[in-house]
Design a protein around this ligand. Structure first.
Ligand code: AMP
Ligand code: GLY
Length: 426
């Protein structure tokens, strides 16, 4: 029997811990630091260790006899937590710092994509504001301006006109609003089309795609309002038919993992490609993430019938492509409930009611920004819960999810009312 540690405290980590705890090979799951949802999950225990305290995490793994660690968020991966675990002889599921640059540095990724002829928007990188301004004068808008490093999902500005583009140069390069992440600025061509998430498990040149999914990044209904970490997701994504799936594997995923192997930094872990599909069905890479998506993890794992602990071990032991992942044929849809104000400022500490009303086997409440206070669950973040439901159709999953959402409340609860609209209306 195995003991497993999940690092992180979001909805993705609650889903990972829930799924790992269902493994017949797993006797105990720890989450560091976790949230109220993981602390209430049977077979799961929170450890109060922050994800960036690698020494304390290694110590906990050694003293508790933990056999496998799964890293949820990008920051520790980009900082090299897997390298540190490997040096200590510990099994850790996630990429080393080298390949994690796919998320940690946009200019690294763009140059990598060009080296391997993987389709992406044309781009240039700048550290001199005047050179960036000149580039803007010489190009048509819209343009997309990105802080090079990790910026907690906030370092991308889509400039509709020159004024906005010039303001973004000041914000990123001059005022350093994203700190060191903005020492360099990537300016790229604006791509039109439909955005999809394509998530795999990779182990060197071996790669296994997970079920397809689609996120909803805009804050408001109809894909309006500011960009967020994700307001809801569903799986599968009907947009990704067999032909598009094959093209993504051939033109994007295989060349990426093979390119990393050739460059001496084989990838191990979840690999997330954010893709723009144009009107002709051509996929192009918008970004890579070196981790599972949040909230995509929640609907995808609701549909996974296979044993996640065995899948991670197959990848770690070089047997990934012999593993077959079995999926529930049903549709899964997750609605993220947020605190009023998100993605801007919001309040914490509001008591959440109605959590125990959800009893169906086909609905799961994954926690994100929650904590326990005096025996009650209170809000502790912008994205608070992800209510995820299975249904025979998109419509049925959507109805189930929203019916559960309507029974849960706190002062300032909000959500998008239209998760799944693309799947419903094509
Ligand atoms: P990223 O973190 O690079 O994925 O950027 C965040 C979001 O900005 C993406 O999810 C897209 O919605 C949008 N985006 C990024 N790059 C582009 C681009 N070149 N063209 C259009 N939209 C983009
Ligand atoms: N849902 C988008 C992300 O995980 O980056």
């Amino acid at each position: 029997m195995m003991r497993v540690l999940v690092i992180g405290n979001g909805g993705r980590e609650h889903a990972l811990a829930w799924k790992l705890s269902a493994s017949r090979q797993v006797e105990q799951v720890f989450v560091a630091p976790g949230n109220a949802g993981t602390s209430l999950e049977p077979g799961v225990e929170n450890l109060p260790i922050p994800p960036d305290d690698t020494d304390a995490l290694i110590n906990a793994v050694q003293t508790r006899g933990i056999d496998l660690t799964v890293v949820g968020p990008e920051a520790p991966l980009v900082d090299g937590i897997v390298d540190r675990f490997q040096d200590a002889g510990l099994a850790c599921f996630g990429p080393c710092a080298g390949p994690a640059q796919l998320e940690g540095s946009k200019s690294f990724t763009k140059a990598f994509l060009d080296r391997h002829a993987i389709p992406t928007a044309s781009w240039q990188v700048f550290s001199d504001p005047d050179a960036a301004r000149q580039h803007i004068e010489d190009h048509n808008t819209p343009l997309v301006l990105k802080a090079d490093g990790l910026a907690a999902g906030k370092g991308v500005i889509i400039a509709k006109n020159r004024e906005e583009a010039l303001a973004a140069v000041d914000e990123i390069l001059v005022d350093q609003r994203f700190g060191g992440a903005g020492r360099r600025l990537v300016i790229e061509e604006f791509l039109e089309g439909e955005e999809i998430s394509f998530i795999c498990v990779a182990a060197g040149a071996e790669v296994l795609p997970l079920a397809t999914s689609q996120d909803h990044k805009a804050r408001e209904a109809g894909d309006r309002g500011p960009n967020t970490g994700g307001m809801g997701a569903y799986s599968p994504a009907p947009r990704v038919d067999a032909q598009l799936h094959q093209r993504i594997m051939d033109e994007v995923i295989h060349p990426t993992v093979q390119g990393l192997v050739k460059e001496g930094m084989p990838y191990l872990g979840f690999l997330y490609a954010g893709l723009m599909i144009d009107h002709h069905g051509n996929p192009r890479v918008l970004e890579y993430n070196c981790r599972f998506g949040d909230p995509e993890t929640q609907p995808i794992l609701m549909r996974m019938r296979s044993d996640l602990a065995q899948l991670c071990q197959a990848a770690l032991n070089g047997r990934l492509e012999q593993f077959e992942i079995e999926w529930d044929a049903r549709f899964a849809l997750g609605v993220v409930m947020v605190s009023d104000g998100y993605p801007g400022d919001y309040r914490r500490g509001d008591k959440i009611s109605g959590l125990d009303q959800v009893r169906s086997d086909n609905v799961k409440v994954f926690h994100a920004g929650t904590r326990q206070e005096a025996g009650q669950v209170v809000t502790d973040g912008g994205r608070v819960l992800c209510i995820t439901a299975l249904g025979d159709t998109v419509d049925a999953a959507q109805r189930q999810a929203y019916s559960a959402v309507s029974g849960i409340d706190w002062d300032g609860a909000d959500w998008r009312p239209d998760i799944g609209w693309r799947a419903l209306h094509g």
